[in-house]
Every structure is written in C-alpha cells, then in structure tokens.
Write a protein that binds this ligand. Structure first.
Ligand SMILES: Nc1nc2c(ncn2[C@@H]2O[C@H](COP(=O)(O)OP(=O)(O)OP(=O)(O)O)[C@@H](O)[C@H]2O)c(=O)[nH]1
Ligand SMILES: [Mg+2]
Length: 390
C-alpha cells in the first residue's frame, strides 16, 4: 500500500566570501602593489539518496539546512577558504520541488544519487585582480554573491512496513494514533475505519517505519461479510503483521474464538499472507485489574496455542506501545540489513556471471583486449543481468 509522506525544509547555501583590499608592505619594497586575495566560494546544499531511510520523519525534527559561508580573502594574495557543503540525506524515491515555483529540482531514484538544490555564492574578487597598466594601485574589490535559498517540498511514496490485523473495535486505529501522527477516526462501533490509513512511527530522527491500519475483519470476510477481505491486499508487501486482539470485548465474545476466526480468514484469502511473520498484540490491558493482566493474557495465549512473539499493550493509555514500536524497529532494521546483504550478493553473482559470459563470447584473438571499449559487449547484458537476479 502506498501513500505520500511529505515534509517541507529550508535549504540555504553559503554566501561567497568577500574579496580583500590590501597592498604589499615590505621593507625595501616601496609601492609593493595590490595583494588582496579573493574570497572563497560559499558551500552548496545537496540532497543525497540514502538506502537506510524509508520515511521523511527526520524532517519533522530539523527543518533548516545551511551550508557554510566562504571565507573572506586576505592580504598577501591569500584566498578565503571555500565554505563546506551541506549534504542532506533523504530516502531513495524522494522528489523535491521548489515551493515557490512548483518546479521539480531533484528526483532521487538510486541510492547515492546526489543533487545540488541550493548553489553556494560566488567568491568576491580581491583588489589584486583589478591591477592594470593604467591602475597600478586599485582600491576596488567585490563582495561574494549570496548563496541560493529555497523552501523545498519533499515528497516520498512509501510502502507500509507493518500491517495491523484484527476484529472491528480491536483498537487498530487507536494504536496507530498512539504511535504516529496519523489521525484515523476512532469510535466504539465496528467498521469505523472504511479505508486504509498509514502512519509513520518515528523512534528517533533517523529510525522510523510505516504502519498500515486497515478496516476490521470478521468471520466470513473471505465470502464478503463485513467489508470483505479486499483491504488485505494492502498488507501483501509489508514485512510484519500485528494481530490485535481486544482482551475484553465489550460484546462479551470470546477473544480466542475471534482471533482464530481472523487467522482462518487470512488463510482463506492468501497463503502468502498467512505465512507472513505475525505477532500477537493483546490490546486494552487497561480494562483489566493490574494483578489479573498476566493471567488473563496467558490464558488467551494458551488457548490460541500461540508460540510466536506476544505484546500486551493499551492503545489508549500508551502502556507498552512504545516498547512494541522499538522492538518492531529493531526487527525491521535486521530485515533491511539482510535484504541489503542479499541484494549485494545477488549483484556480485550477476556481475561475475556477466564477466564469464563475456569472456566466453569473445573470440580467442580478442580476449586480451578486454571488453570495456566494445559497446556490443558492455551494452545489453550488463544492464539486464543484475536486475534480473536482484
Ligand atoms: N479501554 C480501552 N479502549 C480502547 C483501547 N484501544 C481502543 N479502545 C477503544 O475501542 C474502540 C474501538 O477502537 P478503534 O481504534 O476505532 O478500533 P478499530 O480496530 O480501528 O476498529 P474498526 O475501525 O472498526 O475496525 C474505541 O472506543 C476506542 O476508544 C484500549 O487500549 N483501551
Ligand atoms: Mg479503525
């Protein structure tokens, strides 16, 4: 399931340093001439696509990005130092447009891609530059030009990492409200949620994931009861499902029977979803007296014969919710690392196979003059094989 994560940031490039006014002053060298150096160029601001980010959550914490100003020139023909650039890391897939003009200034498609979004100011000239045959002692200098500044609108299409599964009223929307800034409607009647909602759960500025809240499922959903199972397709590309169970349903129904029914619907709908990693989240713990929570929850777990991870939370009070979010984050980070490793291995394998294929195709006499310069060799295979394996 896709949705657009958005953020607005200000990028301000450094101004160019000013040129210096100076004259050489040394013993025995009268009228030494102009020696004011140029200023340094201002630093620019770049956006760089980083693989380890998947949301724009970080930009809610920091909104202004500044590159350094160029140093001023000095006497003795010393130029000012160039200002340091500022590199802002954004997730792969981010599109940045200029807020004022609407023009797209960066569309970052590949990890590592780096695009300048605010150019540093040009350096000013020192008076040594203005020396001429008619003016041997110029007093003219120029100032550096200002760095570019822009307000950027960042947009990212994101996929949900985690999907919430559960009966109507289990508290799915309440949990996503507790953990993210998404504000889906919450009410004490079934089928409050009629379409999926996504929320960005931010653990720290650079650590976040996306959670999907979909309409509740009921027994017979696969046959079209309730809102049916059509929303389950939105969970097909998630890495993890959270099965939310109301530990004390208001209609006195048995949470275990309800939970079994959901899993049954899941299995009927798709074997892939059924086999996806699933954790149990026992919600509404605040409805139980503190000394009964553990027993009550253990009974549900036993009756379900559940052996996977379990968390007890209260989506309303937030009890246990942040802990759950940080365990999810760690789990997803491990998954991402594994995926990156596998992708790297697949790429290495494809590159090796490609090289072998090229060596086999080349006629023996040409083998020595390797393949690099021959377009027919480096063309289509090198493009297709890594991606076909990846
Ligand atoms: N006491 C208590 N009530 C909760 C908790 N979580 C949710 N609720 C209440 O349960 C009701 C249903 O919550 P929702 O978040 O709308 O449930 P949902 O799973 O999104 O329901 P649907 O959208 O209908 O599928 C609301 O009245 C919530 O206030 C909780 O942890 N404790
Ligand atoms: Mg809901």
């Amino acid at each position: 399931m896709k949705f657009v994560d958005e953020a607005r940031i200000n990028v301000i490039a450094g101004d160019g340093g000013n040129g210096a006014l100076g004259f050489r002053r040394e013993k025995y060298i009268p009228r030494g001439g102009p020696d004011g150096g140029d200023g340094g160029d201002g630093g620019s601001v770049y956006l760089r696509a980083a693989e380890n980010l998947n949301t724009l959550a970080v930009f809610r914490h920091q909104r202004t990005y500044l590159a350094k100003r160029g140093g001023n020139g000095r006497g003795q023909n010393c130029s000012g130092a160039g200002g340091d650039d500022c590199i802002v890391e954004v997730p792969v897939g981010t599109v940045a447009s200029d807020k004022a003009t609407g023009q797209i200034v960066a569309d970052l498609k590949h990890a590592g891609q780096t695009i300048e979004v605010a150019k540093g100011g040009w350096h000013g000239l020192g008076n040594a530059r203005f020396k001429s045959s008619t003016n041997q002692a110029p007093r003219k200098t120029t100032d550096g030009t200002p760095g570019e500044r822009r307000e950027l609108q960042l947009e990212l299409r994101v996929l949900a990492d985690v999907g919430l599964l559960g009966q109507p009223n289990a508290g799915k929307s309440t949990l996503i409200r507790q953990l993210s800034s998404a504000r889906p409607k919450v009410a004490d009647y079934p089928f409050t949620t009629l379409h999926p909602n996504l929320g960005v759960v931010s653990i720290e500025p650079h650590r976040s994931f996306v959670m999907a809240d979909i309409p509740g499922l009921i027994e017979g959903a696969a046959e079209g009861h309730g809102l049916g199972v059509r929303f389950l397709k939105h969970l097909s590309r998630t890495h993890l499902l959270l099965h939310l169970i109301d530990v004390l349903p208001i209609d006195q129904s048995d949470p275990v029977e309800q939970a079994k029914a959901i899993v049954n619907e899941l299995r009927k709908h798709s074997e892939v979803l059924f086999n996806k990693e699933r954790w149990l989240v026992l919600n509404k713990s605040d409805l139980l007296p503190a000394d009964e929570i553990e027993n009550h929850c253990q009974q549900i777990i036993d009756n379900l014969e559940w052996e996977g991870p379990v968390f007890t939370v209260s989506a309303v009070t937030g009890h246990g919710a942040r802990e759950l979010a940080s365990v999810i984050m760690k789990h997803l980070e491990l998954k991402r690392e594994e995926e990156a490793l596998q992708a790297a291995k697949a790429l290495a394998k494809a590159t090796a196979a490609n090289a072998q294929a090229k060596a086999a195709i080349a006629p023996p006499a040409m083998k020595k003059e390797s393949t690099q310069d021959t377009p027919e060799n480096s063309g289509p295979d090198s493009d297709t094989s890594p991606s076909s394996d990846a």
